[in-house]
Each structure stands twice: as C-alpha cells, then as structure tokens.
Design a binder for this molecule. Structure first.
Ligand code: CA
Ligand code: CA
Ligand code: CA
Length: 203
C-alpha cells in the first residue's frame, strides 16, 4: 500500500510537470504567432513604402530629364563645345541637310556621327538637329557621312518610315533619349550639329 501511494504521488508530480511544460509551450507558441503576424505586417508596410518610393523616384527622374532638356534648349553653347574626344558645333541657324553638311565641311568638320550611347544622350540637349546620316544613295541603306553603314541606330518608334521618300536623319529629342531619330525630307530647314576631333591640349 505504501508503495502504491508513493507511485501515485510520483505520477501526480509528473502530470503536473508535464502540464506546466505544455502551458509554457502554448504560451511560447502564442507569442511566436503574434511575433510572426507583426513581422508580416511590417513586411507588408515596408513593401508598400518601397513601391511608393519607387514611384516617387520614377516621377523625379522623368522630371529631371525634362528639366535637363529645357535647360539644354536655353543654355545652348555658343560656338564649339567639347564632349568626350570630340568638338561639336550646335547651330542657331536652320539649313537643309546638304547646306548644313557644307557648313560643317567649311569648318574642317562634318555632320555629327553618333558612335555610342553617351554621344547619343549628349545630343538630346539641342533640340531638332540634323545628324550625318542619310539613305539618299540607296533607299533603306543608311550611311554615315564617313561612308560607313549604320550598325546601331537610335530611331524613334516606327522610324525610319521613308514617308514620301525621306532620306535624311535628324534628332527629335521629345521621343526619348535612345529612340529619337526620324528620317525627314533632306530639304527641311532645321538646326544641325557638326563634329570634329577635339584639339589635343598638351599641358
Ligand atoms: Ca561621333
Ligand atoms: Ca529614305
Ligand atoms: Ca520619318
């Protein structure tokens, strides 16, 4: 009898200990669940915040680009201006493509040849301008003024369209930095850009 009573006490203690442990585990579980919910909420609000910031960033970038374009139109450099390894002349006058080219050649230069994205981007600052590209020799084959065939073009959407036989390329910056070329009538009178190698300065 003595033995049974001891055994029963032990079981009661064990039961009580297990019950405590279960309660503790339950408490832990509840607090972990609450923590997880909190994290989920934080995550959601951070995601929303990030999306908002991204939208703001995009708006600001677009605004900056527009301001830069306006600034470029107002602060057009006089005479020749250097960029990278070339020197550029941005005209104030307006001429046909051939007259523009002649003007450049008379100055020991030629109409601009766009060799890369940096040059293309730089040239978005000066409004509508002729560039040294034409398909007047052979319709559809665009050639630079140095005789090389066009490889990378930065044409506007649906250009060149050879609308009523347009053969000379110009920049129309409103269409976006890397898609801004349009083929126009070579007889159109617009501004132009000449390019020549920048003078090497020895210092
Ligand atoms: Ca060039
Ligand atoms: Ca054409
Ligand atoms: Ca066109």
């Amino acid at each position: 009898m003595e033995r049974n009573s001891t055994q029963s006490e032990t079981l009661t203690q064990l039961y009580s200990a297990l019950k405590d442990e279960r309660d503790q585990l339950l408490t832990n579980y509840n607090s972990l669940t609450a923590e997880r919910d909190e994290l989920q909420t934080n995550y959601n609000s951070l995601t929303a915040e990030r999306d908002q910031l991204q939208t703001n960033y995009n708006t600001l970038t677009a605004e900056r680009d527009q301001l830069l374009r306006k600034l470029g139109q107002f602060s057009r450099p006089q005479g020749w201006t250097n960029f990278s390894s070339s020197s550029y002349y941005i005209s104030k006058e307006k001429k046909t493509w051939s007259e523009s080219r002649q003007y450049c050649r008379d100055k020991g230069a030629d109409l601009v040849i766009i060799n890369n994205e940096e040059e293309q981007t730089f040239l978005q600052n000066f409004g509508h301008t002729w560039i040294g590209l034409t398909d007047s020799e052979n319709e559809g084959t665009w050639k630079w003024v140095d005789g090389t065939t066009l490889t990378t073009g930065y044409w506007s959407f649906k250009q060149p369209d050879n609308w009523y036989n347009e053969d000379c390329a110009a920049i129309q910056p409103k269409d976006g930095t890397l898609q801004s070329w349009n083929d126009r009538f070579c007889s159109d009178r617009i501004q132009w850009v000449c390019e020549k190698p920048a003078a090497v300065s020895i210092s």
